[in-house]
Design a binder for this molecule. Structure first.
Ligand SMILES: Nc1nc2c(ncn2[C@@H]2O[C@H](COP(=O)(O)OP(=O)(O)OP(=O)(O)O)[C@@H](O)[C@H]2O)c(=O)[nH]1
Length: 490
């Protein structure tokens, strides 16, 4: 007999469980997410980017340092120095030398500019004379005056249809260390850009080179970071500007910066041979997307488990609540409703009777001399008698009627939609059948009789009042000799 009014009482427990499970799952999922994030971040910063940087650096060394070595070798070449010191007699000789270098080392240009004559010799022949007031020749006068033995200069090459070229400009000295000119080779920028594109594709990172002033000198074909162009200062690149405020000049190290809420990891390494900085940049999206997806899957699994646990707990609680409620309202010996159960059912029946203005009768039954039976045949025999009598009552009345073990050997019947005549008839039948039947227990035939008090519900009468009147009638039945029906009129 479920007590539905008590069901909502389980909600605080369910909500508490939900909060505990939710918090627990959320805390563990987030803790593992952030731990994974940290380890991925540490992996990118301390392992992946430096490794990529090492690889790119060695590729750059292989691809760009080679022309530097060639230029260095040219600057120390005794033939060239002797030829210059001998007065630059036969231009064909030096042109042949330069052509040999260009063809043998597969560079796009090779050159020598004499300090004495300002003649620009190139692999194809004598190109021109450099002039101080020509801005295109600025590079030569800069190289002449610089302290370093060489420079790398990205410029257009007159000898090659003005193609952008990376020149390695090396100073040449005679044997007394007097400056006698500048020599070197050039690579097309296209070739270097292709190299950077290859690095970017191979390592799936953004690769670019920056000079010591923080200007982009070389990028892949798709441009620099965040679409920046060669020549732009890093300070002008939205996203990097914050980082460059902290580092007014590039410097080697591992850095992190934000670009429109997107985290970037950056590894910077100085390449002394080029006097440039190699920047290897990656954003966190690719790396973090995987673990973010695992977080969502984790949370989904946690949600499903939480829903499953809550459903199971809810079902179990309801079942136990029904069991407890049934135990609290049922008599264990006869399995009839006890007084608590009766009150719940009887109040409903009373309301129905009042609403429908139907007749309702109460029969109060008490087994006669039950103590004697207990005393003579034992308590177990008494119990068996109570069980049989209850079962007999259950089989005698309609399903809609309410039977209850009122206490001890006392029972109550609430007969719905029943007139006093019909109730009287039923009571007489019960008395007669009880008297005429016997039960066998431990090879002994046991018999019992019952006394009944009857009361008919009056208008404006409460349940307690009608029961009290039935009880009074029962008392009279006992007093007047038992095994009979007495009726209490209003
Ligand atoms: N075996 C058994 N006895 C019970 C149970 N509940 C009450 N009794 C006994 O029922 C007996 C009732 O005795 P009384 O109240 O004197 O009533 P009675 O002997 O039936 O006499 P009258 O009612 O006057 O006819 C008591 O001895 C109780 O101990 C029960 O569950 N099992």
């Amino acid at each position: 007999m479920p007590d539905s009014s008590s069901l909502p009482r389980q909600w605080p427990l369910i909500v508490l469980l939900l909060v505990l499970l939710g918090c627990g799952f959320l805390a563990t999922s987030l803790a593992s997410y952030y731990a994974a994030l940290d380890s991925i971040r540490a992996g990118i910063i301390h392992t992946e980017l430096p490794l990529t940087s090492d690889n790119v650096y060695s590729e750059i060394q292989k691809d760009l340092v080679r022309p530097i070595l060639i230029s260095s070798m040219m600057s120390r070449d005794t033939f060239m120095r002797d030829w210059v010191m001998d007065g630059e007699q036969d231009a064909k000789q030096v042109v042949r030398y330069l052509r040999e270098v260009q063809e043998h080392y597969a560079t796009v240009t090779s050159f020598f500019v004499s300090e004495k004559t300002h003649t620009y010799y190139q692999a194809k022949g004598v190109l021109k004379k450099v002039e101080k007031d020509q801005s295109r020749d600025d590079w030569y006068f800069r190289v002449r005056d610089m302290q370093a033995p060489y420079e790398i200069n990205v410029d257009i090459d007159m000898a090659n249809s003005d193609r952008m070229t990376v020149f390695i400009n090396y100073k040449v000295f005679d044997y007394q260390q007097r400056f006698i000119g500048a020599t070197g080779v050039g690579l097309t920028v296209d070739a270097v850009v292709k190299l950077i594109d290859t690095y970017q594709q191979r390592y799936n990172r953004s690769v670019f080179l920056v000079d010591t002033e923080g200007r982009l000198v070389l990028t892949g074909s798709s441009g620099g970071p965040l679409g920046a162009r060669v020549g732009q200062s890093l300070n002008e690149i939205a996203g990097l500007e914050e980082l460059m405020v902290k580092l007014p000049q590039p410097q080697s190290g591992d850095f992190e910066y934000q670009e429109q809420g997107r985290g970037h990891f950056l590894n910077v390494r100085f390449i002394p041979e080029l006097n440039w900085y190699l920047f290897v940049d990656t954003h966190e999206d690719g790396a973090v997307a995987g673990i973010r997806q695992s977080l969502y899957i984790n949370l989904l699994i946690c949600l499903v488990i939480t829903a499953l646990i809550i459903t199971l707990v809810n079902v179990a609680l309801r079942r136990y609540q029904r069991r407890i409620s049934a135990l609290a309202t049922t008599d264990q010996l006869t399995e009839l409703p006890n007084r608590r159960g009766f009150n719940l059912l009887a109040n409903q029946a009373m309301q129905e009777a009042r609403r429908n203005q139907s007749a309702l009768c109460v029969l109060m039954l008490d087994l006669d001399n039950f103590k004697q039976l207990n005393d003579s045949q034992g308590h177990m025999a008494g119990d068996e008698m109570l069980r049989r009598f209850a079962s007999h009552l259950r089989n005698t009345v309609r399903k809609s009627d309410i039977i209850c073990r009122w206490g001890g050997e006392e029972f109550i019947l609430l007969l719905k939609d029943t007139t006093p005549e019909q109730a009287r008839e039923l009571a007489e039948k019960i008395i007669q059948q009880t008297e005429q039947s016997s039960i066998r227990f431990n090879d002994v035939d046991l018999q019992i009789t019952t006394s009944i008090g009857l009361a008919h519900l009056q208008a404006d009468e409460s349940l307690e009042q009608v029961i009290t009147r039935a009880d009074r009638a029962l008392y009279r039945a006992k007093q007047s000799g038992r095994n009979r029906l007495c009726e209490e009129t209003a």
